[in-house]
Design a protein around this ligand. Structure first.
Ligand code: FES
Length: 135
């Protein structure tokens, strides 16, 4: 497991009491690149993050882009069948997967940035870095 902290965004890119989705790419244990959609909830200076995958059928939670919260704004909601999840634990408190959990992420706020550890992220290639190529 990687200890590298990757910056996802600035803390201020997410308003307090709001959730935002990100589509990351990471390397799996076999070194293969896989899509890794996540959702981050900000509450004041605290952040909580989960993979954007409902434990019921494995679908994304946001049935409409960036629509992650229930009308009260106090729980994450899966748009497919309406499961509700506690913001701070990811535990499903209501719905077809009651008692199951969203997969939590290791997030930290470092110097005002929301960072993820515990995964190996695929980073954008630096297009200027073509040194070493032999014609
Ligand atoms: S897929 Fe999320 S509640 Fe059914």
């Amino acid at each position: 497991m990687s200890d590298v902290a990757y910056v996802i965004c600035e803390l201020n890119d997410i308003q307090s009491q709001r959730a935002k989705g990100f589509d990351l790419a990471i390397l799996d244990e076999a070194g293969q690149q896989i899509n890794f959609p996540i959702v981050i909830v900000r509450w004041g200076k605290q952040v909580f993050g989960y993979t954007n995958s409902c434990p019921h059928h494995g679908t994304r939670l946001d049935w409409e882009r960036e629509a992650f919260l229930d009308p009260s704004g106090l729980r994450l909601m899966c748009g497919k069948h309406g499961a509700l999840f506690e913001l701070g634990t990811g535990r499903c408190s209501s719905g077809p997967c009651k008692g199951e959990n969203l997969s939590p992420l290791n997030l930290q706020v470092i110097d005002g940035d929301i960072c993820i550890t515990g995964v190996t992220m695929v980073e954008e290639e630096d297009e200027d870095d073509e040194d070493g190529l032999v014609a």
